[in-house]
Design a binder for this molecule. Structure first.
Ligand SMILES: CC/C=C\C=C\CC(=O)SCCNC(=O)CCNC(=O)[C@H](O)C(C)(C)COP(=O)(O)OP(=O)(O)OC[C@H]1O[C@@H](n2cnc3c(N)ncnc32)[C@H](O)[C@@H]1OP(=O)(O)O
Length: 300
């Protein structure tokens, strides 16, 4: 057997798959990032002992991580999951209490309002970083996905869950109206205003089978291991395609959510005015026409 392993500065390649050394990956206190497949990045919420609850540090880490991956040319697809017994139990209620108590210490209503507004906007930015990231984000949900978890997964591109998974828009039960994305994105994800309102007003749990029936998830897998394997395999398939084409597709899908068809069409026409000149298109077309090998694409 000839030598198939090449050493680079911060990555190595085995059988053509470039794997980054863990030491060269970004580090976060509440997230773990790995590269299990070529160009596929796995982000895991890693506060299992705290049920992956979203505290102040995790709000910041999520935003920093997805912004970094947006700019990382080697990263083409991201899989997001949670370590431990469940995906996430939502916002860390202790950090929520701390935040309210800090707000209450501010005497003036105007200044208190400014403080609260800034906090909500920071949390919104953190969730929106998944949608703003130009790389497709697949989520794998096991156990429970509560409150802020629903905000998080609805900002992602695709959702897969395990048979034991359940989802809960729990905010009204803790005296809040959801304010970091669920009310905006869930209706677009599941398409039934009636079901969205029922879930948001009652805070009832949605179990895996119903989640599949209403289109919240694309597929239910038996357990976490098979769900992660399924997501990684899909991610690897997407990562093997032209990153120019995949990323323009996400950009235009996200843009078109808020726009008329005419505006969406104009946007993709402008994007493709540039992208039709990409070598990816030529490579793909030649491979298709000649029934040749699957093309390899440069990082983007
Ligand atoms: C600007 C605002 C932005 C975003 C707002 C988002 C709103 C939300 O996210 S609302 C949803 C908040 N989350 C919850 O209400 C979940 C509460 N937890 C539970 O219902 C349960 O813990 C469970 C997730 C169903 C798991 O149950 P179980 O397996 O029986 O474990 P427990 O014994 O209940 O919990 C273990 C341990 O974790 C602590 N904990 C659980 N959830 C939270 C939480 N969200 N925040 C902080 N701590 C949490 C729980 O108190 C236990 O702690 P011990 O010290 O071990 O007792």
């Amino acid at each position: 057997m000839h030598t198939l392993t090449k050493i680079f500065s911060n990555k190595f390649s085995i059988y053509g798959a470039v794997i980054r050394f863990a030491s060269s990956l970004p580090k976060y206190e509440t997230l773990t990032v790995s590269v299990p497949r070529k160009n596929v990045y796995h982000v895991e919420m890693s506060r299992p002992q705290k049920l992956n609850t979203v505290n102040k540090v995790m709000w910041g880490d999520l935003k920093d991580c997805f912004r970094a991956l947006h700019d990382d040319a080697e990263c083409r697809v991201i899989v997001l999951s949670g370590q431990g017994k469940l995906f996430t139990a939502g916002i860390d209620l202790n950090s929520l209490i701390e935040y309210f108590s800090t707000a209450n210490d501010i005497e003036d209503i105007g200044r208190r309002g400014r403080f609260l507004y800034k906090y909500i906007k920071e949390c919104q930015d953190s969730i929106s970083s998944l949608e703003d990231c130009i790389k497709p984000v697949l989520t794998v949900i096991h156990g429970a996905c509560i409150g802020a978890g629903v905000d998080l997964i609805t900002a992602a591109d695709m959702r897969y869950c395990t048979e034991d998974a359940w989802f809960q828009v729990k905010e009204v039960e803790v005296g809040l109206a959801p304010d970091v994305g669920t009310l905006q994105r869930l209706p677009k994800v599941i398409g039934s205003a009636s079901i969205v309102r029922e879930l948001c007003y009652t805070a009832r749990k949605v179990y895996a089978k119903e989640a599949l029936d209403i289109g919240l998830v694309s597929k239910v897998l038996p357990d976490k291991e098979s769900a992660i394997a399924h997501a990684l395999s899909l991610a690897a398939d997407i990562a093997s395609k032209s990153p120019v084409a995949v990323q323009a597709t996400k950009q235009n899908l996200v843009f078109s959510l808020e726009k008329t068809n005419a505006e969406g069409l104009e946007h993709i026409a402008l994007l493709n005015t540039v992208n039709h000149q990409s070598e990816d298109l030529t490579k793909s077309a030649i491979a298709m026409a000649s029934k040749g090998d699957k093309p390899e694409f440069e990082d983007y």
